[in-house]
Design a protein around this ligand. Sequence first.
Ligand code: ADP
Length: 320
Amino acid sequence: MGGDSIVCFGEMLIDFVPTVSGVSLAEAPGFLKAPGGAPANVAIAAARLGGKTAFVGKLGDDEFGHMLAGILKANGVSGDGITFDKGARTALAFVTLRADGEREFMFYRNPSADMLLTPEELNLDLIRSAKVFHYGSISLIVEPCRAAHLKAMEVAKQAGALLSYDPNLRLPLWPSAEEARKQIMSIWDKAEVIKVSDNELEFLTGSNKIDDESALSLWHNNLKLLLVTLGEKGCRYYTKNFHGTVDGFHVKAVDTTGAGDSFVGALLCKIVDDWSVLEDEAKLKEVLKFANACGAITTTKKGAIPALPTQAEVLSLFKE
Ligand code: ADP
């Protein structure tokens, strides 16, 4: 795949996940240490598919931070945008797997290193080299990482990058639902590619309808592509000129963590490879079929990063 760069900005952390469902982490017989963080997952997803990617964010100068930096490197993601905080610890999430399969998160962010990234610490040359600049919104919640987030977006935009946004709503992290909606919408009209899940669409519109009218109520003039992911049902796509659905793949899902990030990584990889997918519906549908396949494969294994597919795995799903 092409030599253009996808630069992903935001948090990387470790999820502590119990080995059984229906009990808290403290009551579980064991737990897994699962590296994650949506923007880092996207960088690794695209790198596994052959994309040139980099991660920008802050980690603690502790064993977890160095472990995460090592995972990025081992996956071929540039760490030139990583800074280490001498005082604060790497972000951690303690997960409860509820009996109904849903996950509940408790975060160590007291503050964690990712929240302490300052605008002055940004590697601006790296950000200026981005062809696509992708971000989530956890880094919008507090200063100084909010200021770093806004500056990085601005610098990437001025250098000509396509801005890609996935709100990645994790409500417990926000002071209130209202604040979450307000902050997400405060950067909404900057992004040119936006991916939301069906749940996020409901949250942001305040309506329980998942239809064209509700998706298009989020449309803005800078947007080139809006995607609504629908879990096993695939996704809906909207551009200025056309919209439609691309069906998902039937797989035996065991853990949906990272499916959306895998989908976005695949999409961005294909966009930098051929920008005309944003204007050509037939090409876009092919790309979204590929992204749906990546999302589907990611659900077939536990954890996010270990489950992100290679090109060969995607092609074998196509042959089934
Ligand atoms: P998010 O992870 O952001 O909530 P989704 O759960 O909608 O997003 O998943 C993103 C994409 O991954 C979907 O559009 C779909 O292509 C794929 N996917 C997710 N869950 C499944 C599933 N159970 N079976 C098949 N594909 C899935």
